[in-house]
Write a protein that binds this ligand. Structure first.
Ligand SMILES: [Zn+2]
Length: 302
């Protein structure tokens, strides 16, 4: 799995001016405080304690904390909690980079991902919701209207769930049809005016996907946001083992251009994407699109 992050890092660094930073060690308390307002205390404590060392791969703990109706595919071992905490801290650090105005765009290379992690459920390799950590951190730093847009192939069911207690944070998810790919019915979630769900019933063309994305970013939903967190998956491209669409890697250049066009700071948080030989190209296209788009809106991209 480390290979995935290295491939993405290589792609991002193909753009000039990209700097790499690591989460500092003195942010643990702040990250824990945010996690406490997103996740159920009992769930956090169960993760911290971890499974019995001799339990099978999909442990009783993981089964106990599955999302309603979603088969559990996520294993938990004794190191899972620490890895998830570091991933959440990475999301926090990316938000801090934006809040300190060091850069108008930051990218959290999170592993494990987080958008299937709800208040008291895990799934899809996600234990803690990194994107929501970034959004709450940005709000605490003075942004009034953070919003999260989820561009993974799968719906951000966990993000929808954790944000139901934070209705002032907008959420939108563009994803493949859930009845085939992910057994989640967003209508059953609390009906929040700040949430949007765009489900593609068929494999979209690049033009259809970008048109839906631009439509959302130009809609009422996006008018009031002052910073955007992007839950980004690379599993929308052709050949992804967990995907099912045929979008080419260069669709990310158009995604980068569309995101930059809103003229607001952007904090990107890594979700899925498992086609190893395409990750570097996807990330390079995204980075190029953001850089060109930010130049057009008069901002530098570092
Ligand atoms: Zn996914």
């Amino acid at each position: 799995m480390e290979d995935r992050i290295n491939e993405i890092r290589t792609g991002l660094q193909s753009s000039p001016g990209v700097q790499s930073i690591s989460p500092s060690e003195n942010i643990a308390d702040k990250v824990m405080m945010i996690l406490g307002s997103l996740h159920d205390p009992g769930y956090l404590e169960a993760l911290r304690l971890g499974p019995h060392p001799r339990e099978p791969e999909i442990t009783e703990l993981a089964r106990q904390y599955a999302a309603a109706g979603v088969p559990q595919n996520t294993s938990v071992d004794t190191g899972s909690y620490q890895r998830a905490l570091f991933s959440a801290a990475t999301g926090f650090a990316a938000a801090t980079t934006i809040a300190s105005k060091r850069s108008p765009v930051s990218y959290a290379l999170c592993r494990p991902p987080g958008h299937h992690a709800g208040r008291s459920f895990m799934g899809g390799y996600c234990l803690l919701n990194n994107a929501a950590v970034a959004a709450l951190s940005l709000r605490a730093s003075g942004f009034h209207r953070p919003a999260i847009i989820d561009l993974d192939f799968h719906p951000g069911n966990g993000t929808s769930d954790v944000l139901s207690a934070h209705p002032d944070i907008g959420f939108a998810s563009l994803h493949a049809r859930t009845d085939v790919n992910f057994p989640w019915i967003p209508q059953l979630q609390p009906a929040l005016g700040s949430h949007r769900y765009l489900e593609f019933l068929t494999d979209p063309s690049p033009a259809e996907y970008i048109s839906a994305l631009r439509g959302l970013l130009e809609s009422d939903w996006a008018i009031t946001l002052d910073v955007l967190v992007v839950s980004l998956g690379y599993d929308i491209v052709v050949g992804d083992p967990h995907g099912g669409w045929t979008l080419p890697p260069d669709v990310y250049r158009e995604i980068g251009l569309a995101l930059a066009a809103i003229g607001k700071p952007i904090c990107i948080v890594q979700e899925g994407g498992y086609r190893l030989d395409a990750l570097s190209a996807c990330a390079a296209h995204l980075s190029a699109g953001l850089r060109i788009g930010m130049k057009e809106t008069g901002r530098s991209h570092t």
